[in-house]
Design a protein around this ligand. Structure first.
Ligand code: NAD
Length: 459
């Protein structure tokens, strides 16, 4: 039944794709303006309320990490789109005398965007902005774990766009599975590497191109030269914003053993400044999204205790409201689950190293991270780390903020993702670079066409 409904949405969008794809930049900007107005004015409070209902995210945090980034992305795209849509002229080799060449970004066609729950608005409407800019029709499938936000987003989309242009469908895995059967022209998926593999496999059936924005463990190196107070201030924010449920959150810290204690002292001070002595009473601290993830995180803490790890901070949990205190754990055994799986919650493992090669080898023994952070004042050491590791992105002496620069490509590498988002990079993901070569009617090139006479062969 659902499959038929999705097939008819797909068919309607396919039939409409040239009407949408041949729109001018002005028409696309008008669509982006409408989306901007809905987020900035008409639905702003409804969005805040919905995300609060989903996982108690403070309004200000919603503004900072959901609403403002989307508005920033829309404004950036609006200011650049005219330029991006121009024919991009390129040189033509002399051998093709009498020809001119250019390429243009044409829309891919009918696109599917599947998004996760952790930044439910940002990670659904972010790629949508790129898709609209590139002139596509779109089916959006947000996460079932944040139903309040999905409902508001569905209302916005239904108000602004006809179904044969952009539509939002809600549902769990079987909805994604049914959608993935369809021959979309592009799929933009944000979520876990495990599901990323399912998406890529399904896409291969139709040779649909994919953008995979995935996750994993993002290491944070703190060397012996780092400003430890600044590191503590920034890491505590990067780790606990959104309750640690951020794909580019610092997953764990690798610290020079000589500065571990000093860093820990600074970190504890910062956490109590941010959230008070008891974070469960703080209005600045969100919650774990649901019971399943709460139990998963609780399991990590139990597992660490079983391995005689040291709970340096926090460790308290309240299952009545999926609360896990800001937690720091050190002296973890190598096989501890916290060092194996992406944490995606407010628990920070601290692991020490004695020399930087040891830290680098440890990182390189794992999957390529989505982000790698370096806190150091030693320029040579920073460069050495960058040159000897691989990652989707890196921040030096800060974290998470790379997401906010629309001029930087955002994405992972291999296990942490394929393809890039934001600004022109997102626009390119939703576009095909179509090459055009135009030849003058009087061109010398025909001289080389058959028959291949002996005279021609001597040339
Ligand atoms: P998820 O992979 O479980 O789900 C993401 C989406 O896929 C949801 O809409 C879900 O309904 C759908 N889905 C789930 N199982 C599916 C299946 N078997 N077949 C088809 N679709 C399916 O991820 P999540 O729990 O929502 O989000 C957390 C993960 O996302 C983390 O790994 C995190 O690092 C990653 N993430 C990455 C980025 C990024 O930009 N790189 C951003 C946010 C989150």
């Amino acid at each position: 039944m659902k499959t038929n409904r999705f097939q008819s949405i797909f068919d309607a969008q396919k039939a409409n794709q040239f009407a949408v794809g041949n729109t001018t930049y002005k028409v696309r900007i008008a669509k982006l303006n409408a989306l901007q107005h809905a987020i900035e004015v008409d639905y702003k409070q409804a969005i805040r309320d919905a995300i609060y209902a989903d996982f108690k995210k403070p309004f200000l945090e919603t503004d900072l990490t959901e609403i403002y980034p989307i508005l920033g992305e829309i404004k950036h795209v609006k200011s650049e789109l005219k330029e991006w849509l121009k024919h991009q002229k390129v040189q033509t080799p002399l051998a093709l005398l009498g020809s001119s060449s250019w390429y243009k970004y044409e829309p891919k066609g009918v696109c599917l965007i599947i998004s996760p729950w952790n930044f439910p608005l940002n990670l659904t409407f972010g790629p949508l902005v790129s898709a609209i800019a590139a002139g596509n029709t779109v089916v959006l499938k947000p996460s079932e774990l944040t139903p309040h936000t999905s409902k508001v987003m569905g209302e916005i989309i239904a108000k602004l766009f006809p179904e044969n242009e952009i539509t939002l469908v809600q549902g769990e895995v079987e909805v994604s599975t049914a959608l993935l059967e369809l021959p979309f022209n592009h799929i933009f998926f944000t979520g876990s590497p495990q599901v990323g593999k399912i998406v890529m496999k399904a896409a291969s059936k139709h040779l649909t191109s994919v953008t995979l924005e995935l996750g994993g463990k993002s290491p944070t190196i703190i060397d012996e030269t780092a400003n430890l107070k600044a590191a503590a201030t920034r890491i505590a924010w990067g780790k606990f914003v959104n309750n640690g449920q951020t794909c580019i959150a610092p997953d764990y810290v690798l610290i020079d053993e000589r500065v571990k204690e000093e860093f820990l002292e600074a970190f504890k001070t910062v956490v109590s400044l941010y959230y008070g002595a008891d974070a469960s009473q703080s209005k600045s601290y969100s919650r774990v999204v649901n019971d399943k993830h709460f139990k998963r995180l609780q399991g990590h803490i139990e597992n660490a205790k079983q391995h005689q790890a040291t709970i340096e901070l926090g460790g308290q949990v309240q299952d009545s409201e999926n609360y896990i205190a800001p937690t720091v754990i050190s002296n973890l055994a190598e096989e501890a689950s916290l060092l194996e799986e992406e944490i995606f919650g407010p628990i920070l493992p601290i692991k020490t190293y004695t020399n930087i090669e040891e830290a680098i080898n440890y990182i390189n023994s794992k999957e390529k991270p989505l982000a790698l952070y370096i806190y150091s004042k030693n320029k040579k050491q920073i460069q050495f780390i960058i040159d000897h590791t691989r990652a989707g992105s890196t921040c030096i002496n800060t974290n998470v903020l790379q997401y906010s620069n629309h001029n930087l490509p955002f994405g992972g590498s291999n296990n942490s993702g394929l393809g890039k988002a934001h600004g022109i990079f997102g626009f390119q993901e939703f576009s095909n670079m179509r090459s055009v070569l135009k030849q003058h009617t009087k061109s010398g090139i025909e001289f080389l066409f058959p028959p291949y006479t002996s005279l021609k062969q001597k040339l």
